[in-house]
Write a protein that binds this ligand. Structure first.
Ligand code: FES
Length: 103
């Protein structure tokens, strides 16, 4: 399984995630430090904000708590998700995620 992470300046990194990890853990584990994940994945900091490839269903699967946090972000888009709330499953194969701007 492979997913592509697009960094803020546009370069792409292909990573092989481990099912059961979160996307945030996958991104951090790949050495990408643009995701701060200050709360450690507790859905309370929004520093793990990513944009999901629009063709992917998980773009619309945020929980109520996640939606609230995302709504407080000035970088919110319809395809915004918090990467700590996305579990890696085989369905993510081929997905592309762009790291959102800070704030
Ligand atoms: S790591 Fe804090 S909300 Fe995702």
């Amino acid at each position: 399984m492979e997913i592509t992470i697009i960094l803020r300046q546009g370069s792409e990194i292909v990573v092989s995630p481990i099912p059961g990890d979160t996307l945030m853990e996958t991104i951090r584990g790949a050495g990408i430090d643009e995701i701060l994940a200050i709360c450690g994945g507790c859905c309370s900091c929004a520093t793990c904000h990513v944009y999901v490839d629009a063709s992917n269903d998980i773009a619309t699967q945020a929980s109520e708590d996640e939606e609230e946090l995302l709504n407080a972000s000035s970088s919110r888009r319809p395809n915004s998700r918090l990467s700590c709330q996305i579990m890696v499953t085989n369905e993510l194969d081929g997905a592309r995620f762009t790291i959102a701007p800070e704030g």
